[in-house]
Design a protein. Structure first.
Length: 319
């Protein structure tokens, strides 16, 4: 069976969306990825790539068209993007003929097959599924950001799935801002509204985020990481001090936290990872969360390597 996924991105996330696609190619079997580009540069790049299995969606294809145009003009870009995930899912369930849709944030990445997760959803007969944050005790205070993480949301194309997606889209159109954590807090009501038609994904390796990556036991041999959410990962800027990372010559450099020290110690500890305007090329800021070395080596290293490769691919095709 062909599984349908969807995502959206602007140019700043285009390389992440391409890395997500490559990970689906490696691990997802037969699939279609519905991609909503949010600017002309992203649209042109994916048109030129002409990737097998990618279906490009235009903003003009989405309903309610006139209302979305008004929202785009009136909302800051961040909240506008967060509004569109629900709207994309709602529209695809209406006209794509997909039997189900799995929404994935563009900054997610598969490390192994998601079949166990789809099997989990099928086993309980759910029409709707979402992944809990599973905050460890040290981060329990972040629960006000939502019990569920919106990086991965599943809808079956049935009455319950379409009803939930439509309700979510209407809510996000009405309000999508800091008070709702974008589109995320709306997910917290789904269990009480949809009962047994809703499933909270149990698989411990699905929806892993940087808030889990302080714990080396998660990355021992035998642990199956399925989906990673690279929340907060970005190109480093001058002044960054936490989780600085660079790949070079088949290895990587990483410093958990850069602190003020005498120059000779500073150089010994982090070498050329000192973030200055002259030394920013290839330097990434992974996250503000503390990380263990196992997470950096087994998760961030391969992800950033894929990201750099796909960034290069986009730059070449747009040259």
């Amino acid at each position: 069976m062909v599984q349908s996924y969807c995502t959206l991105c602007d140019w700043s996330y285009a390389a992440k969306a391409l890395a997500l696609y490559r990970s689906l190619e490696r691990h997802a079997g037969d699939f279609v990825l519905w991609l909503l580009p949010l600017d002309e540069q992203t649209l042109r790049s994916f048109e030129r790539l002409a990737l097998p299995g990618v279906r490009l969606v235009s903003l003009a294809d989405l309903e309610p068209r006139s209302m979305l145009a008004d929202l785009q003009a009136g909302r800051i870009h961040r909240w506008w993007c967060f509004t569109l995930a629900s709207v994309l899912c709602d529209n695809l369930l209406s006209w794509s003929a997909s039997t189900s849709i799995m929404y994935l944030d563009a900054d997610t990445f598969l490390f192994s097959s998601p079949e166990l997760v789809f099997g989990e959803i099928e086993l309980c007969g759910a029409s709707i599924a979402a992944v809990p944050h599973r905050f460890p005790p040290r981060y329990v205070h972040y629960v006000d950001r939502g019990y569920f993480n919106v990086s991965s949301v599943y809808f079956r194309n049935d009455d319950a799935g379409r009803g939930c997606a439509g309700r979510w889209a209407a809510q996000c159109i009405a309000r999508c801002d800091e008070s709702t954590v974008g589109d995320q807090l709306y997910l917290d009501d789904w269990g009480s509204i949809y009962g047994e038609r809703f499933h909270a994904i149990v698989h411990r390796g699905y929806g892993v985020g940087p808030w889990h990556c302080h714990d080396p036991s998660l990355f021992l041999d035998g642990y199956q990481l399925v989906l990673f959410h690279a929340h907060e990962l970005r190109v480093a800027v001058e002044g960054d001090r936490h989780n600085l990372f660079r790949i070079g010559d088949g290895a990587y450099e990483w410093i958990q936290e850069w602190v003020e020290m005498p120059v000779e110690i500073k150089v010994e500890r982090i070498g050329d990872l000192v973030p200055t305007a002259e030394n920013m090329k290839g330097l990434w800021r992974l996250t503000d969360y503390p990380l263990c070395a196992e997470a950096v080596g087994k998760v961030y290293y391969p992800y950033v390597a894929a990201l750099e490769q796909d960034q290069g691919c986009l730059e070449r095709i747009m040259a």
